[in-house]
Design a protein around this ligand. Structure first.
Ligand code: PLP
Length: 478
């Protein structure tokens, strides 16, 4: 099938699917159709979002969803899982080849789930196994009540070193609102105040003093490359297991933009990811690991995961196959070219960008500096102008984690639509115009005024900018 036939076949499939859904619950069909209309018209700069291909989307809408398949390939708690075994094995094969990993686990339903699988694999390896040995028992069910109590206390007393939230870390890296912060005694590392870059010397000092069981690398809002070789060296020095959460930048690893010291896979003991951000797959998660952790990761379901979503594993397999094509490397490189063009466009218009630029798919703007706005005011003003972003804390943020002083913008989605560096400069202009025209309301971190005519003009410009780059152009909705 050539590309044109594929597009028209996919469009017919989407239309048929909408008709079928409409025959049962029209409001749901309408919401699905409206979502495509909205996405077509919005300038999507959310760094964690993307547009999956029709093949990825269609692989999810089928009867694989109806099958229970707890367990792992060839070892299920249910009969009749031969097709799920095929799906999972193909996804694993692609994931291993794509990332050069010795082992892959594709069942996690999301990034948070992937991190939970990884944390419990590490705790099993570093805490449970030594306790079982000490008590000369084979498995936890063999432990006496006293031994079990000792092991449970030990699980809850372990240390984690993760990136601070205002430096770009994620809630699941040991912060109190998330279960990881309730499980682990967490301490953070951050960035150098002047450069905005990870301070590896300070990280080493903290690791030496704190002696964590786990060091977590990876981020949601750090605009630079991370030296995973250095982090592994630090982990080895203090006897920590080194985990990297590459949820945000997995597409850049898959597309060989991050190689050598900046590729987490050869350096970490265990790597987690989402599959829906820069990787452009279905919403989901995955874990890659060194062989010594594979048995523990395989216990993810039913340890912390419900039965695998077989239809989503099918879509992950399709997405990994797409990411193994040479075009994906071109796409990944373009994400970064676009992100750098966007950062340059903002900097030359006088916007302060954290760390002065970017090496990856995201740019972090300081909207307090120069504009006197909170992230929340800027996010809403941009949204009224048809520019979809999200507010984000910046290092040493004076406005805290809720209102923040930053705006995070990312290029994976618009790069999927085909926009390039020239359009990024125009987008920088739209963003700057809105920020400069927004006036914060006195005494409020949320309210602001913005001339509706200006917001309307920017919105129209955003739509015009997108017009040459249609989204699913073959899908007709009315
Ligand atoms: N890890 C990181 C670094 C993330 O940025 C995110 C989501 O934004 C997650 C994990 C959680 O992913 P999910 O929403 O799929 O659970």
């Amino acid at each position: 099938m050539n590309a044109e036939t594929t597009a028209s076949t996919a469009s017919a499939a989407f239309s048929a699917a909408l008709d079928v859904v409409r025959s049962v619950e029209p409001r749901i069909a309408d919401a699905i159709a409206q979502e495509l209309r909205d996405q077509r018209e919005s300038l999507k700069l959310i760094a964690s979002e993307n547009y999956a291909s029709p093949a990825v989307l269609l692989a999810m809408g089928n009867w694989l969803s109806d099958k229970y398949a707890e367990g792992t390939i060839g070892r299920r708690f249910y009969a009749g899982c031969q097709n799920v075994d095929t799906v999972e094995a193909v996804a694993v094969e692609h994931a291993k080849a794509l990332f050069g990993a010795p082992y892959a686990y594709v069942q996690p339903h999301s990034g948070i789930d992937a991190n939970l699988v990884a944390y419990w694999a590490i705790l099993a390896d570093r805490v449970e196994v030594p306790h079982l040995k000490k008590f000369s028992k084979r498995q936890v069910n063999d432990l006496s009540d006293a031994e079990w109590a000792e092991l449970r206390a030990a699980f809850g007393n372990q240390r984690m070193l993760g990136m601070s939230l205002d430096a770009g870390g994620h809630l699941t890296h040991g912060f109190r609102p998330n279960i990881s912060g309730k499980m682990f005694d967490q301490r953070s590392y951050g960035v150098d105040r002047a450069t905005g870059l990870i301070d590896y010397a300070a990280l080493r000092e903290t690791a030496r003093e704190f002696k964590p069981l786990v060091i977590v690398g990876g981020y949601s809002a750090y605009p630079r490359k991370v030296n995973f070789a250095t982090m592994r060296e630090i982990a080895d020095e203090v006897g920590a297991t080194f985990m990297v959460d590459m949820a945000h930048f997995a597409g850049l690893v898959a597309g060989k933009v991050f190689t050598g010291d900046f590729d987490p896979v050869p350096h970490a003991h265990i790597v987690t990811t989402t599959t829906h951000k820069s990787l452009r797959g279905p919403r989901g998660g995955a874990v890659l690991a060194q062989p010594e952790l594979s048995d523990q990761v395989d216990r993810g379901c039913p340890m912390v995961l419900g039965g695998p979503l077989s239809h989503v594993m099918a879509a992950k397999a399709v997405a990994f196959a797409e990411a193994r094509r040479p075009e994906f490397a071109t796409y990944a490189q373009q994400i970064v070219t676009n992100s750098q063009a966007l950062a340059e466009g903002l900097v030359k218009r006088g916007v302060r960008v954290v760390s002065g630029g970017t090496d990856n798919h995201l740019v972090l703007l300081d909207v307090n500096d120069g504009f006197g706005l909170t992230g929340r005011q800027a996010e809403q003003a941009l949204l009224q102008s048809g520019v979809v972003t999200n507010r984000n804390a910046i290092p040493q943020d004076p406005n805290g984690a809720w209102y923040t002083s930053g705006i995070r913008v990312g290029t994976p989605a618009l790069t999927s639509r085909g926009l390039g560096a020239a359009e990024m400069d125009q987008i920088a202009d739209l963003i700057h115009t809105v920020l400069a025209a927004t006036t914060p309301a006195a005494g409020s971190k949320a309210k602001f005024t913005l001339d509706p005519a200006l917001a309307d003009r920017i919105s129209k410009q955003a739509t015009e900018l997108l017009a040459p780059f249609p989204l699913y152009p073959d899908v007709t909705l009315d």
